[in-house]
Design a binder for this molecule. Sequence first.
Ligand code: 0X9
Ligand code: ZN
Length: 303
Amino acid sequence: ETFYERYHSLEDIYYWINRTITDNPDRAKVILIGSSYEKRPLYVLKLSGRKSNDAKKAMWIDCGIHAREWISPAFCLWFCLKYYGENVEVTQLLDTLDLYVLPVMNPDGYKYTWTTNRMWRKNRSKHPHSDCIGTDLNRNFDANWCTEGASDYPCEEIYCGQFPESEPESRAVANFLRSHKDTVKLYFSIHSYSQMLLFPYSCSYEQAQNHDELLALVQEAAQNIRRYYRNQYKYGAGAKTIYLAPGGSDDWAYKMGIEYSFTFELQDRGTYGFLLPPSYITKASKEAALAVKGITLRVIQKK
Ligand code: 0X9
Ligand code: ZN
């Protein structure tokens, strides 16, 4: 049983981040972008290729916005280890683009799913006028914030928070991306489950300005997954493909100027749901990585 065929506790993930930077001092760095509501560090790994310069473009991947979606942090670890470490094409890709990876955006919630409630979704923040805990971090970004598809009631799973970026986790990500918006060209947010490759908008039925281009990218990625791994992924704009859901990180990143912004929903389609057995991690990660890699290579070629 290898490292990536298991799910990892938050402590293990922090330990792994530290190992990664000490083992690869010239190509991996860690950036502390903020801390969670319960004061856990939010670490971003910066991985670079053999060539580096200051004006280098970058891509971003975040995992673990929603606590119970365990395949998501598992994917981030798998992607760094397997692809970055061993895959020649990705090593080449990283000569062109730096890679920022946030393995767990919601560490408090993730911890809570390991200790107390496996089905927890939100972060663990408290609210002034309610005893209910937690904000949905994927409703807390500033993109048609708290309109239809989110809730202003703190007891709901899709509670949008007191105001946009009210939560330290979403604020840290937004601040980092705002200050790197000239270099970050692609944004990927990894969720589960239901097997979908989504792009903006989810916060309205409006079409993104480069809708056709984004559609072609995810369509090709879905075809490749079907061809190589015999698995079905739906694809399209979020609002029409899954549901209206404002305040998401992908829509916010897109509106801020990252033209290639995606949310992936990984395996499965409901048999195990959030409780995907660890024996599925490799296959789920491989097909998602194929999509990330394919889309990224296409976008680089355009320039
Ligand atoms: O509802 C969500 O936040 C995501 N689905 S999940 O089952 N993982 O909770 C979908 C997010 C799609 N993008 C936006 N709503 N912006
Ligand atoms: Zn999710």
